[in-house]
Design a protein around this ligand. Sequence first.
Ligand SMILES: NC(=O)c1ccc[n+]([C@@H]2O[C@H](COP(=O)([O-])OP(=O)(O)OC[C@H]3O[C@@H](n4cnc5c(N)ncnc54)[C@H](O)[C@@H]3O)[C@@H](O)[C@H]2O)c1
Length: 358
Amino acid sequence: MTRKLKVAVVGLGIGRNHILNGYRTNTERFEVAALCDLDTDLLHSCGKEFGVERLEKDYLEIVGMDDIDVIDVCTPPGTHRKMILAALHAGKYVICEKPLVGALAEIDELLDAESRSSGRVMPIMQYRYNDGAQKARHIINAGLAGKPLVATCEVHWLRDETYYEKDWRKSWSGALGGVLMNHAIHANDLMFYLLGPVRSLFARTATRVNKIEVEDCASISVELECGALATTSATLGSVEPLSRMRLCFENVTIETDSRPDFTAADAPWRFVAANDAIGRKIDAALADFTPPPSGFAGQMQDFHKAVCEKTPLPLTLGDARQSLDFATAAYWSAKTYSAVALPILPDHPFYNGWQNAF
Ligand SMILES: NC(=O)c1ccc[n+]([C@@H]2O[C@H](COP(=O)([O-])OP(=O)(O)OC[C@H]3O[C@@H](n4cnc5c(N)ncnc54)[C@H](O)[C@@H]3O)[C@@H](O)[C@H]2O)c1
């Protein structure tokens, strides 16, 4: 049965963008019925901007609102775990920004809580809803790309001291990680989305751009289960910000060179076929394919459909676990100067987190 879901948005930084680009683009599917933020001025200005009357500073008041179906958690990473657990306990659906939590043990705790709740959790990974990424996946799933060979992925962004005026972004306790957990997480997730799970990796991380606790440069060499090899490079010190990804398959090279990032409306994705015959098949496959709306709009639309039809959510705790497995392995590799095989198991020294190890 299709119905309008009532949403409460908690945290009005990127949360404001969720409203603008995810809910206002889906007004037949969602009503933003309550807002929550610790910052009174921001709370009131957003209430006025979006015509929302129920404004709360206390998250638990939101959790206690019987008519709210979905709590959209957009607060700093260090606050997510408790908020998700409280929402699941109250039987709410949860949408939560990345990174979800800071340890595999915590994801497993959430999986357990979800299994006992009538609610479910969807992590935000809106880059998957980029038009080009959707087309790439369509070509790959149609069997047209052939054997995956190598991939490179660059997340070269620019963040100066003004970005770190929000203190949480500097610290392990607030941000749970640096460029790996908070910025390259999208591109790495896109790599899993297009190439499948990771078998092993070797990572180096460093803090070289700003005076912060967490890493702001990373380089990772990755072996995928499909046999392809990938390299990811991430920094927050690129004078010209860009996100670039190149995937070489036997039959097609898929490339995006998006400035500043993959969400740019005009982000160009190219599909270069090995020959005319393959090119014609790719063109035909894409001619019949309509990607969902880009970014938050597409992810929220699919979320609504899944809730109404009681089907699996478009992104799940399993997807967030995959990202965290990758990050845990990367931090362990960086710490110990060793190659690491995935998955990370519960007896691993970083299963409970790595934030005190650096
Ligand atoms: N998906 C994306 O592209 C994307 C982009 C930016 C940020 N993010 C993620 O979104 C989250 C928030 O990032 P941001 O940049 O919007 O941060 P921000 O600091 O700009 O905004 C967070 C807001 O949460 C509020 N807040 C903090 N603790 C709270 C609490 N206990 N109860 C209620 N409100 C509280 C703050 O007052 C602030 O207004 C982070 O997890 C970040 O990694 C995702």
